[in-house]
Design a protein around this ligand. Structure first.
Ligand code: NIG
Ligand code: FE
Length: 414
């Protein structure tokens, strides 16, 4: 279908020559066109520009008037665990009473609790639950999402999760990337036999996942109390042989060495990064790895914030993602993530917009297809409600300011 959006108050994050990522000082700039039009043809962004330059007599099937409204490229949420069974609000109240994330995990709660729930849930039911979350994030402006396994922790259940992700990929209009996270936690049966579990991930799970082509990336929770740097290195090297590039959990709980081992293995991204010091910044500066921050998890768990100002000043790019999961971030609302990043991380609205679009797309290997308004990219975008400025989006936290969503060139029913 051919769609014309006209009288757009501002068309945000436009690119004539698309870049792969935006770094350092450049993060505080976004390109926009005031009083603009945008033309979508089939599933592609065909053309855009100033209203006064809009070609006359364009034949289209649908015209949308976006007076007083902004058009943004859809959010690229490069880190989620949104396939899960049930919920964990009981642990939430334990946390309010004073238990830490690690204490809950040691009691067999946390990830292991989700693994038990997932084991007892059918593939169809899991898909149904996950699709409710997908439809919710679509209505909040997300157009590309990475989803991890990691609540299986045995071969059959990890494959079950990955097949659900595959089904979402095939059936939904959002762009989906899939990540195998067998090394998310040590299952109870392997307590005190951690290396045996690591061997199982390497020798059984990775080959099986690769054989069914169920994953685009490999992830390991490299942190204090979870997987060590050596174990992470071994797993990443084994996955590399099957063409799986790393996107890892690192430095959420400590200066774990996760960032360095990720960079050494040419990770596409290293994520969380609450514990980032000079050494970690240096390692990232000499790499193509995208530092990805998850302020929803730091907010929910009451953790320290990563030193974002230092990182940007040093010249690093930053991506922001939701971490949507039942334990540390039960929300996939990227508008709220933008607000958190502004308020808690002291990122500027422009920096945040770059972090949830272009840099988010990079962190999931989608730079060519998503992350900006550029000719030839997939038509994944949203039209806001009537708002006064770009800054209003992160400023008015808690509201959904998305009015209309177009994904793969189709107007979504939200
Ligand atoms: O990204 N840090 C590790 N994994 C998830 C939490 C998973 C859970 O608690 O269920 C995270 O925060
Ligand atoms: Fe995570």
């Amino acid at each position: 279908m051919k769609i014309l959006i006209k009288n757009i108050k501002e068309l945000v994050q436009v690119e004539d020559k698309p870049v792969l990522k935006v770094c350092g000082q450049n993060m505080s700039e976004i390109h926009r066109i005031k009083n603009a039009y945008l033309l979508v043809d089939k599933n592609i962004i065909q053309d855009f520009g100033y209203m006064k330059e809009m070609p006359e007599n364009i034949k289209v099937e649908q015209i949308i008037d976006a007076s007083n409204k902004f058009v943004f490229p859809s959010f690229c949420d490069s880190h989620t665990h949104l396939v899960y069974a049930g919920s964990r609000e009981i642990e939430y109240t334990d946390k309010i009473r004073g238990l830490s994330y690690e204490e809950i995990a040691r009691r067999g709660g946390g990830i292991l609790n989700s693994a038990k729930l997932l084991h007892n849930t059918s593939e169809d039911e899991l898909y149904k639950q996950a699709m409710l979350r997908i439809n919710e994030i679509i209505s909040l402006g997300t157009g590309a999402v990475e989803i991890k396994s990691g609540y299986g922790l045995n071969l059959a259940d990890e494959l079950k999760m990955l097949r659900v992700i595959q089904r979402i990929k095939n059936s939904s209009k959002v762009l989906v990337k899939s990540t195998f996270l067998g090394a998310h936690a040590i299952p109870l049966e392997f307590k005190n036999k951690q290396s045996a579990y690591v061997n199982m991930v390497i020798n059984e799970m990775i080959p099986a996942v690769a054989k069914e082509k169920l994953a685009d990336y490999i992830d390991v929770f490299c942190d204090r109390g979870f997987f060590t740097v050596d174990e992470t290195d071994k797993i990443l090297k084994a996955a590399f042989k099957y063409g799986l590039k790393p996107k890892i959990h690192a430095n959420e709980l400590d200066y774990s060495g996760g960032i360095q081992v990720g960079v050494a293995n040419d990770a596409l991204s290293v994520d969380h990064l609450e514990y980032t010091g000079e050494k970690e910044i240096q390692a990232l500066l000499n790499s193509e790895t995208m530092p990805t921050l998850l302020p929803g998890a730091a907010f929910f768990l009451g953790m320290i914030n990563p030193p974002v100002r230092k990182m940007i000043k040093a010249g690093l790019p930053i991506a922001l993602a939701s971490d949507f999961n039942p334990g540390s971030a039960p929300s996939g609302n990227m508008q709220f993530i933008m607000s958190l990043a502004c308020i808690n991380l002291r990122m500027l609205p422009e920096e945040v917009i770059n972090a949830v679009t272009v840099n988010g797309a990079y962190a999931m290997g989608l730079s060519k297809k998503a992350g900006s308004i550029a000719k030839g990219k997939i038509a994944n975008l949203f039209i806001t409600k009537k708002i006064p400025s770009v800054e209003f989006l992160p400023y008015s936290f808690g509201s959904n300011l998305v009015e209309k969503v177009i994904l793969n060139g189709e107007i979504m029913n939200i």
